[in-house]
Design a protein around this ligand. Structure first.
Ligand code: HGY
Ligand code: MN
Ligand code: MN
Length: 406
């Protein structure tokens, strides 16, 4: 890879990593000011590459590069939103790497015989609504009534937020299906430890695990911390804590399953008062759909038992379930050959993390390249990928695109 191209990729990762809604840490959420600013910056880079750049009302940005022939477009991209206090590689690297790969092909004088669209999705993490993939759902017409009706913490629905806070000025409508898209490719940091432990730079993704996102609420009775005997309490926080440990224990019992409670709100929230209400999120994932489905049933039952034993009222809301998605066999095979040629290795890995390919797979073949990241750390400001590994990942992407020329 040209040194200048790689330097630009690394500089852009730092640049985008500096665009945040918070002065203290990196945060870009759906349709936030920083999300739009990041979208503008990426569109500027797309135009520098000679692409037509545009955005849709949901904040997703797209660069269009014509090929030497017409035909179905190859889509390459990732997301430009982040988690709260996130790292600068998760998502952003995939968009910037796509532009780096196209720039490298330009330097080599390679013209692709098909159009390429680079996409920067506005919301993959689902931080604001917990409902993930709002950006990629928007470009394949999958923002259905269910997704549009999901409410944020303030009670606004996705539909209301797009209407009131959407990026409407000069917005275009992006619409992909099997008639105009040949496939979707994404480069992403592994967010796991396999590549680091194996001492390898890249991997090819076999598929993306099934994932369920839920909102749980337990309702007890606020009372005095000092005068209420332990046997008379209906303590929502103690009940929620028992649920959290039940979820953790269940996941530990089921190899390959993970369960996480990442958000918990305790009400009324006084140190000398027993909690009336505890609202928390539950994120459960595993490789197999049927284990996820049966596991959710078991957990719902255990939460109900815990609530009953503590005279608490349980509310269990499934916000979103995304089934496991296999990557396209043809793309996996081409990516394996490309990785072998570039790095001499071609490990194939499943992804516990969700990615926009889950949504894009509804209408087109999807493929992914993983790049090693330090200690597998992600969703953390110390997230880091070495320049050499990023270069290897982009070289694999370039090789994959060249293979489609032959
Ligand atoms: O949650 C995930 O797996 C991804 O980071 N959105
Ligand atoms: Mn990501
Ligand atoms: Mn993420």
């Amino acid at each position: 890879m040209e040194v200048e191209v790689l330097k630009r990729v690394l500089a852009r990762v730092d640049e985008l990593g500096g665009i945040s809604d918070s002065a203290e840490y990196l945060q870009r959420t759906f349709l936030s000011t920083a999300n739009r600013e990041a979208g503008e910056r990426v569109m500027g880079w797309m135009r520098e590459l000679g692409m037509d750049a545009a955005h849709d009302a949901g904040g997703t940005v797209r660069g269009f590069l014509a090929g030497s022939a017409e035909g179905k477009a190859v889509l390459i991209g990732s997301h430009i939103d982040t988690v709260i206090n996130g790292g600068k590689y998760d998502g952003a690297l995939g968009v910037i790497a796509a532009l780096g790969a196209l720039e490298q092909l330009k330097v080599e004088g390679v013209e692709l015989p098909f159009p390429v669209h680079v996409l920067g999705f506005s919301d993959e993490e689902g931080v604001r609504f917990q409902s993930t993939y709002l950006g990629s759902a928007g470009v394949i017409g999958a923002l259905d009534a269910g997704m549009l009706a999901v409410k944020d913490e303030g009670g606004l629905t996705v539909e209301e937020v797009i209407s009131q806070e959407g990026w409407h000025e000069c917005a275009e409508v992006f619409s992909y299906d099997e008639t105009n898209a040949a496939g979707y490719l994404e480069l992403h940091i592994e967010q796991g430890r396999v590549l680091e432990e194996a001492g390898e730079s890249v991997a090819v993704v076999s598929g993306i695990f099934a994932q369920a996102r839920l909102r749980v609420s337990v309702e007890g009775l606020a009372d005095h911390a000092g005068t209420t005997p332990m046997n008379l309490r209906r303590d929502a926080l103690a009940g929620a804590a028992e649920c959290v440990l039940a979820a953790e224990g269940f996941a530990r019992e089921n190899d390959g399953m993970v369960a996480t409670v990442g958000v918990m709100k305790v009400l009324p929230g006084a140190s000398n008062g027993i909690a009336q209400t505890c609202n928390f999120t539950l994120d459960v994932r595993c490789a197999e759909n049927d284990l996820l489905e049966s596991g959710l049933g078991v957990l719902k039952g255990r939460f109900a038992e815990i609530s009953k034993s503590r005279e608490l009222e349980l509310k269990w809301e499934v916000v979103q379930v995304n089934g496991a998605v296999p990557c396209d066999e043809g793309m996996v095979a081409d990516l394996v050959k490309s990785a072998e040629k570039v790095t001499g290795t071609a490990r194939v890995l499943g992804s516990g993390a969700g990615h926009d390919g889950v949504m894009m797979s509804r209408v087109m073949p999807v493929g992914m390249i993983f790049v090693r990241c330090r200690a597998g750390l992600s969703h953390h400001p110390d997230e880091f990928a070495e320049a050499g590994d990023i270069e290897a990942g982009i070289d694999v992407m370039v090789e994959f695109l060249k293979r489609r020329v032959q």
